[in-house]
Design a protein around this ligand. Structure first.
Ligand SMILES: [Zn+2]
Length: 407
C-alpha cells in the first residue's frame, strides 16, 4: 500500500527549511536522478521521504561566457556552483558530488591551473571535465593540452545545441555507471556510524545513496531533534533519506518490517545493501537484520556493518578503505548533537576504530570500515563495477589535528 505525497523543492537546505519540512510533513521528489522537471513520487504508508536524491551538480571553475550555459544547466535539472577552486579546496563542505566541471581555455595552458584542477578532480574522481571556449580558439595545440589535462569534451559556449548535447551525454553516462546503494538502520545515526565512510565513498564515486531509517529514535532522545539531525546528515552526505516510524526498542522482525523494507527496495532497486549484523546486542538491530534478509533476497550484494553494540561474534571479511573520507565521516557524525554524550561518537573513537580495521588492508589503507558478507553474487559484465578495495588509491595522511584529536 502506498500513499501519494506532495513534493517540494529540496537541494541544499537550511536547518530552518528542514524544520519546516518536518513540521508540514512535506517531502521532496526524485527517487532517481532525472533531467529536469518537477515530479511526484509515492512512498509506502508510514514512511516519509525526508530528503530526495540530490540533483546532479556542476562546478563552473573559470571565467567564461555563461550566457547559454547557466540556462542549459537549469533546464536539465543540474545544480551549478560558481566558485574559485581555492575557496573550494580550503573549505570543509562536501566536494564529492560534482558530475561536471567546466573550465576555460586559459587553465589548460597553465601549469598551476592544471595542478589545482587535479586537486579538485582528486576530490571528485567521477566528474567529467568540459572545456568551454569559442570555436575559433579550438586550435590543435589547445586541444592536445586539454586532453593532457584530463578534459573529456569541448564545447563552444555560444552553441546551445552543442552545450546541451555534451551535458546530456555526461548525465546519461553518470546514470548508467552508478551503483544504487541502500543502507538500512534501526535508529537515526546507525548507518552513519556503521558505514558512513563507505556511503561517502560511494557518493565520491558518483553512486546513488539512499538511507532507510526504520524508527525515529524516541527512546534515545528528543524525537523531533533526532529527525532534524538525520535530515541534515542525509543532505550533508548527498543521500536520499526514507524515515519510517516503527516503535523504538520494539522493532519487530516480522511482516510489517519486511514489507516496509520491501517497498523501499522496490523503489530504489539497489545493487548494494548495507544493514545491521545479527551479531548485535540491540534487539532492534537484530530485528532489522532478520527482516532485511527476507526483504532484500533479490539484491546481489548485501553486507552487514558494525554497530557500537556489536558482539564479539561480529566477524568481518570485507573491508572498505575510507582514507579519502574519514574526516568527512567525523564531521557528519558531529551533526548528531543530541547524541554527543555517547562515547562511540567521539572523534577519537571513530578514528581509532577505522584505524584498527585498516590493519586488514595495510599498507594500502590507514582507515577502513568492516563488513560481514551476507550475500555477494557474481556480477554480469553489463553491470557497473562496485566500489571495492581493488581500486584503492594510496592512503593520504589525515590531518588528525583538524578533528580536534591529539595524534
Ligand atoms: Zn541503533
Amino acid at each position: 500500500m502506498v500513499a501519494e505525497t506532495p513534493h517540494v523543492r529540496r537541494n541544499q537546505m537550511t536547518r530552518g527549511e528542514l524544520a519546516d519540512g518536518a513540521a508540514s510533513g512535506q517531502v521532496s521528489a526524485g527517487l532517481h536522478r532525472q533531467s529536469g522537471g518537477d515530479h511526484t513520487v509515492s512512498v509506502p504508508a508510514g514512511v516519509e521521504l525526508r530528503v530526495a536524491a540530490p540533483q546532479p551538480m556542476a562546478l563552473l571553475l573559470d571565467q567564461f561566457d555563461r550566457t547559454l550555459l547557466v540556462p542549459t544547466l537549469d533546464r536539465l535539472g543540474c545544480t551549478h556552483f560558481d566558485r574559485p577552486e581555492a575557496e573550494l579546496l580550503g573549505e570543509a563542505q562536501p566536494l564529492n558530488n560534482f558530475e561536471l566541471i567546466f573550465i576555460g581555455a586559459a587553465r589548460v595552458s597553465d601549469d598551476e591551473g592544471i595542478h589545482t584542477l587535479r586537486e579538485v578532480l582528486a576530490l571528485n574522481p567521477s566528474a567529467t571535465i568540459i572545456l568551454l571556449c569559442r570555436k575559433e580558439l579550438m586550435t590543435p595545440p589547445l586541444l592536445v593540452a586539454a586532453m593532457q589535462a584530463g578534459v573529456s569534451d569541448v564545447a563552444d559556449c555560444r552553441d546551445a545545441i552543442a552545450l546541451s548535447t555534451s551535458i546530456e551525454r555526461v548525465l546519461r553516462k553518470a546514470d548508467t555507471r552508478a551503483e544504487r546503494v541502500l543502507a538500512i538502520g534501526a535508529h537515526p545515526d546507525d548507518v552513519e556510524i556503521g558505514c558512513g565512510g563507505t556511503l561517502l565513498d560511494h557518493r565520491r564515486r558518483g553512486d546513488l545513496v539512499s538511507v532507510l531509517t526504520l524508527s525515529r529514535g524516541a527512546v534515545g532522545g528528543d524525537q523531533s531533534e533526532r529527525i532534524l539531525e538525520s535530515t541534515a546528515t542525509a543532505v550533508s552526505m548527498g543521500a536520499q533519506l526514507f524515515l519510517a516510524d516503527l516503535p523504538d526498542t520494539c522493532v519487530d522482525p516480522g511482516v510489517e518490517t519486511i514489507r516496509t523494507i520491501e517497498e523501499i527496495v522496490r523503489m530504489v532497486d539497489p545493487t548494494v545493501i548495507y544493514v545491521h549484523s545479527k551479531n548485535d546486542n540491540h534487539q532492534d538491530h537484530r530485528a532489522v537484520h532478520i527482516a532485511a534478509m527476507s526483504a532484500t533476497r533479490g539484491v546481489p550484494q548485501v553486507f552487514a556493518f558494525q554497530s557500537p553494540s556489536a558482539t564479539n561474534d561480529f566477524a568481518p571479511t570485507r573491508f572498505v578503505a575510507i582514507d579519502e573520507v574519514i574526516v568527512r565521516k567525523v564531521e557528519v557524525l558531529g551533526i548528531f548533537e543530541s547524541q554527543r554524550h555517547r562515547s562511540y561518537l567521539e572523534p577519537e573513537m571513530v578514528i581509532a576504530s577505522a584505524r584498527y580495521w585498516a590493519r586488514n588492508l595495510a599498507p594500502r589503507a590507514r582507515y577502513a570500515e568492516p563488513f560481514e558478507i551476507l550475500r555477494s553474487m557474481t556480477r554480469t559484465p553489463t553491470q557497473p563495477p562496485t566500489s571495492s578495495t581493488s581500486s584503492l588509491k594510496p592512503a593520504p595522511v589525515v590531518n588528525i589535528h583538524r578533528l580536534g584529536v591529539e595524534a
